[in-house]
Design a protein around this ligand. Sequence first.
Ligand code: PMP
Length: 308
Amino acid sequence: MAKIGETQYIWKDGAFIDWKDANVHVLAHSVQFGSAVFEGIRCYATPKGPAIFRLREHLKRMLNSCKIYRMPVPYSLDELVEANRALVRKNGIDACYLRPMVIRGYGAAGMVPFDSPVEVYLPCWPWGAYLGADALEKGVDACVASWNRVAPNTIPAIAKIAGNYLSGQLIKMEALQNGFDEAIALGPDGMVSEGSGQNVFVVDGGVLYTPPIDGTLLPGITRSSVLAIAEDLGLKHVVQPLAREVLYTCDELFVCGTASEITPVRSVDRLPVGDGKVGPVTRALQTRFLDIVNGRTEDTHGWLTFVR
Ligand code: PMP
């Protein structure tokens, strides 16, 4: 599992502070009650210098998460874009992972958060493969989680906020302790929802499928990129609910997310997916995705924000 590799500076509320000074009180509202909105964004080393993948979309999702939780953020989208670019420059790194956070700090005594200040932190650090060094190449072994995802209109699944990740932790720990690399969770209706930190795609009969944004899963930015690339490649793609057993019978399966990028799944609950090898559609989508993010092919969608 990946440990955080430190960089020198973190942006906090408009200024750079030392990594070691980015501390919060144990009674900060976010620590007690899980109210830390965050994002996870990759910056890639391209031939034209470091480039952040879909920075605006990530920050927009962050501001939407804050809106749902009534957290006023005193920075505009443009200001946050510039602050993240400055952060990577200031730390003098190229490929890295950015983790913008909007937290409720120390102040409120109880659950009602309004007496806690809203604080914005922008850290980044170097981070390599998430699901293992050869996961992109060979794929991973997954299970179906015994834990379901949250039900719609309970805890909003489209908000990326710390408290939601209690669900992901249960799902992922169970998978690892049972000898799997990752788990796919079902929604409360028993239909496929998402992985602990990834969206799910199935390929069957040459058609690409993924579940809809149904209130049980995070609308992944990689998910939307995969759908756009499928369109570019002329691949038929359908957003529709998927029954659990489709995971066992489909030709190809993959999970996708910022950390996992496009990771093939080679087995589910010990049943091989297709012939157990990475399929051609998964490989074609993955190759095009990795070529775009690494600046090896034209960025026709304008997904890269260059840092310098
Ligand atoms: N679902 C969950 C629960 C996640 O944590 C993530 C990672 N942010 C994703 C899906 C994929 O989202 P994205 O592609 O925007 O990283």
